[in-house]
Design a protein around this ligand. Structure first.
Ligand SMILES: NC(=O)c1ccc[n+]([C@@H]2O[C@H](COP(=O)([O-])OP(=O)(O)OC[C@H]3O[C@@H](n4cnc5c(N)ncnc54)[C@H](OP(=O)(O)O)[C@@H]3O)[C@@H](O)[C@H]2O)c1
Length: 230
């Protein structure tokens, strides 16, 4: 079943955009494998305000073959983008058919207000944050107030040379140099596993669930272990 994943870039103090909607603080790190990230998804869920930004002439195109669902109670019925569909409310009933159609995971793209609606409806499977090493001091919150508390479990993270730290799903965070064998094991371990990738530590170790030891290889530390029980 496709997962709904809120994957978002945030400042260390928890903002997804500056006070005036700025996003020039988001570090460009060429070592982040965006192709691998985008390959995980075929569906985007966006709030009306984020969608309006996606319609700007300088906005990057959405990947071919993907679908976008725009959530809005106010937009007119005809959305001026052929690959987007309008959804009037966030509920099990409106989201179930989207999940049924998806063949890959679903990117809950944001912004914060739409995330809060999905969280309230119990429809978020993962929260994946690219923590940018900056303190903005104000702006749009990752989860706007008021919102309910939600406990999370860390399943994986990777620290990049620029200082960007990404938390989240295991498979795409694994450096390609580790090879398909490792990606396959991480996928098999799925939600039972925790992944840690630390760049530049001189070596990496892999411990599969069930304490199976993996070869030690150069360049990073990689651990794959059973999470603590909650
Ligand atoms: N850092 C990142 O990775 C990232 C990613 C995405 C977006 N952003 C930023 O986030 C900002 C926009 O976020 P935002 O929180 O202000 O707005 P948003 O979540 O993009 O859009 C909010 C709108 O979504 C609609 N909506 C929300 N909940 C709904 C529900 N339950 N049912 C139906 N419609 C619903 C409403 O549209 P109507 O008012 O039309 O009803 C609401 O006004 C932008 O500045 C963007 O750059 C950052």
């Amino acid at each position: 079943m496709p997962r709904i994943r809120y994957h978002v870039a945030a400042s260390l103090d928890g903002y997804i955009a500056g006070r005036h909607g700025e996003f020039d603080w988001i570090t460009h790190d060429p070592t982040i494998d965006f192709a691998a990230l985008f390959a995980q998804f075929d569906t985007f869920l966006v709030g009306r305000r984020t969608f309006e930004l996606m319609l700007q002439p300088d906005a990057p195109p959405r990947p071919a073959g993907t679908r976008t669902f725009v959530f809005s109670r106010t937009l007119p019925d005809t959305v001026p983008v052929p690959t987007a569909s309008l959804v009037r409310e966030v509920s099990q009933a409106t989201v179930a058919p989207i999940k049924e159609q998806a063949r890959k995971d679903i990117w809950l793209f944001g912004g914060g207000e739409l995330f809060r609606s999905f969280l309230d409806a119990g429809l978020v499977d993962t929260v994946e944050v690219a923590v940018i090493p900056v303190l903005l001091g104000g702006g749009l919150q990752l989860l706007p107030q008021p919102a309910r508390q939600a406990k999370l479990r860390l399943t994986g993270h990777r620290v990049y040379p620029s200082g960007v730290l990404i938390t989240g799903a295991l498979d795409w965070l694994i450096p390609p140099a580790f090879g398909e064998e490792y990606v396959a094991l991480a996928k098999k371990a799925g939600d039972r596993a925790e992944l840690t990738v630390i760049e530049g530590a001189g070596h990496f170790e892999v411990i599969a669930p069930g304490t199976q030891a993996w070869p030690t290889v150069e360049k990073a530390v990689w651990s794959l272990a059973k999470p603590n029980s909650q």
